[in-house]
Ligand binder design. Structure first.
Ligand code: AMP
Length: 597
């Protein structure tokens, strides 16, 4: 359909009138980024003026940036722990926000081993929905005809709990998929999914995945885009197909649903969808029984134009695997968001993964940027001046600091971003990394202190064998599906006759897993997104060789520290060539949805 030329947008000609409106909104926000930011802060400060938190800093009714910056400290989650705990325990007074906290969003970032609890308010759903509504209008600028088919998206809800005071605590996407915004979304030809709501909303991850895969297979010719939130999720779906295609093909051949799918809502819905299709069953069996799975995505879903999946940040490690399975289809990273706040979107979603930049939308929150100079030394964070959204400088790195409608004030998100350009006056950022993350397979984030504690706890099991861990390092091995943590250990065995056996070292693996944070353990137990932890014992002297290697490449002897995580190929090759034995965790660690504290 030709669109009225008066609707045209500097981003490109919109596909329909609805898109034109969305693109105009992006233009308006990015042109007036500074003014919007000023208004957002003034609005938040005026509305939350009587909250306990803001009153503490005696703003005296001021809503301007200068006063705010001079009086409010920059904080981390730990600083807010007491307030969050009170809200979780049922204190309904306006502590952080004038609007009632409706639920907690459980972040994949952890504090003391448990997911951080992010307070949220009802209207935040509208803000998230608004950002989602901008994604397809942008995508339609680059990929025409997406209204002629469907999206196969693997979307899941996860377990939820209640805090002692009765508030729900669940991941932000679970909250979104269970909201009326999602469940009763109006029909939009550009946003039709093959997965029925009943499958997305089923909390049993096997039944949910099975049904979503089945529906995606039944409509394989209609699928124009295929995705999951993160790359790890899409790879897990491919692995699921590898394991379960015989059952799926049987269902398609017979037109009857696998009895393992017991969810009544799914069964009712599938009764309308699933009809016998012998040709499809034959095709699927022929493709899936081939030894070689290269290009399996494009073989099964031949009309797929792109993969819709985040492959920036820690997910970049999955790019080669996805390229292999999809014959190099483009990967679109459409948005950048968190439990605390949704931040922005990629205005050029078909670019190469290495070139992805996100434009922060100035209406989502008030954003400040803490200059991040890794080698600066000296200046404490207190002395460093934070910069406003429109004042960031091209090429520089910053840590993101947000002030949200729900009551986080000058809160450090922990993400490091680099400015790559501007759209109008709104900067665009490359996601550099999350601070302090050593290992990550799925949404788990393990830092150096957590790894150290896990090694300490596990190495205690070696005491009775007069053995100690002399050095260690780690590696996130994503060549296996699911990926798993590998920990290299160099041991000092004092009595050769009393060496720890394979069984003991396997118990060390499990002990490490027990010590890791709850997001890791949930990935192992509930999501099956992380494989058993592996200890690789290396020959005595290996870590000295590692040091020699680093020094030969220019490291200073005095300042050399053993890297606690490695991923540089020559180092991996050196370590792997010195492995004397390898041991895997024999069981699942403990995990329940309930928090330990
Ligand atoms: P969570 O609090 O569990 O919702 O995780 C939010 C975090 O995930 C962000 O702060 C980022 O570190 C990471 N993240 C979210 N979106 C992206 C993206 N598009 N690219 C890279 N990392 C992302």
């Amino acid at each position: 359909m030709a669109v009225d030329s008066s609707l045209s947008s500097p981003l490109g000609p919109p596909a329909c009138e609805k898109d034109a409106k969305a693109l105009r909104f992006i233009e308006e926000m990015t042109r007036n980024a500074d003014a919007v930011q000023e208004q957002v802060l003034a609005f938040i400060l005026a509305r939350n003026a009587d909250t306990e938190y803001l009153k503490r800093f005696k703003l005296g009714g001021a809503t301007d940036r200068e006063t705010y910056k001079s009086k409010l400290p920059i904080i981390t989650y730990e600083d807010l722990q007491p307030e969050i705990q009170r809200i979780a325990n049922g204190d309904r007074s306006p502590i952080l926000s004038a609007h009632p906290i409706t639920e907690f969003l459980t972040s994949s970032g952890t504090s003391a081993g448990e997911r951080k609890l992010m307070p949220t308010i009802k209207e935040e759903l509208d803000r998230r929905q608004l950002l989602y509504s901008l994604l397809m209008p942008v995508m339609n600028l680059y990929v025409p005809g997406l209204d002629k088919g469907k999206g196969l998206y693997f979307l899941f809800v996860k377990s939820e709990t209640r805090t002692p005071g009765g508030l729900l605590a669940r991941p932000v996407l679970t909250s979104y998929y269970k909201s009326e915004h999602f469940k009763t979304r109006p029909y939009d030809p550009y946003n039709v999914y093959t997965s029925p709501n009943e499958a997305i909303l089923c909390s049993d991850s096997f039944q949910s995945m099975y049904t979503q895969m089945l529906c995606g297979l039944l409509e394989r010719q209609h699928v124009l885009r295929l995705g999951a939130v993160f790359a790890s999720g899409l790879i897990r779906a491919v692995k699921f197909l590898q394991l379960h295609w015989p059952h799926l093909a049987r269902d398609i051949r017979s037109g009857t649903l696998n009895p393992q799918i017991t969810d009544p809502a799914i069964r009712r819905r599938l009764a309308d969808i699933l009809v016998p299709d012998e040709d499809l069953a034959d095709f699927l069996s022929a493709e899936c029984s081939k030894e070689n799975w290269e290009g399996i995505i494009t073989r099964i879903w031949p009309n797929t134009k792109y993969l819709d999946v985040i492959v920036t940040g820690a997910m970049a490690q999955y790019i080669p695997t996805l390229e292999y399975y999809s014959n190099g289809l483009p990967m679109a990273c459409t948005m950048y968001a968190s439990s605390e706040c949704y931040f922005g979107l990629n205005l050029n979603p078909m670019c190469k993964p290495s070139e992805v930049s996100y434009t922060i939308m100035p209406n989502m929150a008030y954003f400040e940027f803490l200059p991040h100079e890794p080698n600066a030394g000296g200046a404490s964070d207190k002395e460093i001046k934070l910069v406003d959204l429109v004042d960031v400088e091209l090429g520089k790195e910053y840590e993101l600091v947000i002030t949200t409608y729900a009551g986080l004030c000058r809160y450090r998100v922990g993400d490091i971003l680099r400015v790559t350009g501007f759209h109008n006056s709104a900067p665009q950022f490359h996601f550099v990394r999350r601070k302090n993350v050593l290992l990550s397979i799925d949404s788990d984030k393990t830092d150096e202190a957590e790894l150290q504690k896990a090694v300490d706890n596990a190495s205690r099991l070696l005491l009775e064998y007069s053995t100690s861990v002399v050095e260690y390092t780690s590696y996130a091995d994503t060549k296996t599906i699911p990926g798993h943590y590998v920990i290299y250990w160099e041991l000092l065995v004092k009595e050769a006759t009393n060496e720890p056996s394979d069984d003991v070292l396997r118990r060390c693996c499990l002990e490490m897993e027990e010590s890791l944070n709850s997001v890791y353990r949930q990935g192992r137990v509930a999501d099956n997104s992380i494989g058993p932890l592996e200890i690789r014992v290396v020959k005595t002297g290996t870590f000295e060789e590692l040091m020699d290697y680093a020094i030969s490449r220019g490291a200073s002897i005095n300042q050399y520290k053993v890297p606690r995580c490695v991923n540089f190929t020559p180092i991996m090759e050196l370590l792997d060539s010195r492995v004397v034995s390898s041991h895997f965790s024999p069981a699942l660690p403990h995990w329940t949805p309930e928090r330990r504290r």
